[in-house]
Design a protein around this ligand. Structure first.
Ligand code: URA
Length: 247
């Protein structure tokens, strides 16, 4: 047994292009069936496990949706429409949901893994430094990395204010792994998401980030087959594993 819910609420929550008012109209047109029975009323109580067919489309009920996006540079992590393209503009219609938002932001020029969801509680857990969910970044630097970076990052750096009038910020210990193949490339793992954090950490030690890509969240790597701008639905159980939280 699933959860009991009004038919119009259930359908509108699962199909982005169908409103509650549309459900009413579709019922009148005899276009909605539940377990093989045509529904006359949109306010009827149904079960989330019922077989619901809306104008030929079968509903696969999911309480929440989780999407892995490979964000390209030039796209903003925002839900508000502005001059730039947003991460929501990249979501295909079949994955679009009311209330979808990016769980954590990447800068406009940063590429890589953005988790899009309508699950506020999970997003909160993922973003809280207390949960220790590591975010892994591939970094290309302007100048070669130095052997002391590992200790500096591990000790928990203090970084200068992000703007005039703001305070310096103390970072949690982070992991720095220099590439053996290219002395301007490295991997950094952090458990928090201060504004421009990685760029500010390197600026603090006299270097500059010239390219940044998030390659993993927790134990989940960005799918190597996912092209920039593409989305992939991920299962709830995989997201729970990623966070290693029992809810
Ligand atoms: N750190 C940054 O500086 N920018 C990002 O987009 C993510 C982490």
């Amino acid at each position: 047994m699933g959860e009991k819910m009004r038919l119009d609420k259930l359908v509108a929550s699962q199909l982005y292009d169908v409103s509650r008012a549309d459900v009413k109209k579709l019922c009148l047109k005899k276009k909605i069936s539940v377990n093989g029975k045509l529904m006359a009323r949109s306010d009827a109580k149904v079960d989330t496990d019922d077989e619901i067919i809306v104008d030929g489309r079968k509903i696969e009920y999911k309480k929440h949706i989780y999407i892995m996006l490979n964000k390209p540079a030039g796209v903003v992590c925002s839900t508000k429409e502005g001059d730039s393209m947003t991460v929501l503009d990249l979501v295909p219609d079949d994955l679009m949901r009311e209330g979808l938002f990016p769980a954590g932001r990447l800068d406009k020029d940063t590429e890589g893994f953005v988790l899009l969801t309508d699950d506020g509680a999970l997003s909160h857990t993922m973003l809280s430094p207390k949960s220790h969910v590591q975010k892994t970044y591939f970094v290309r630097l302007e100048k070669p990395w130095q052997p002391d970076y590992e200790n500096i990052f591990a000790s928990g750096m203090t970084i200068r204010p992000e703007r005039a009038g703001a305070e310096s910020e103390k970072c949690l210990p982070a992991q720095f792994i220099g590439s053996n193949e290219n002395d301007c490339e490295c991997t950094v793992k952090i458990c928090e998401g201060k504004y421009h954090q990685i760029k500010r950490m390197f600026a603090e030690i006299g270097n500059k980030v010239v390219y940044l890509k998030r390659v993993a969240i927790g134990e989940m790597p960005l799918d190597g087959d996912l092209q920039p701008g593409e989305c992939l639905e991920i299962l709830h159980k995989d997201v729970e594993n990623l966070l290693a939280v029992k809810r």
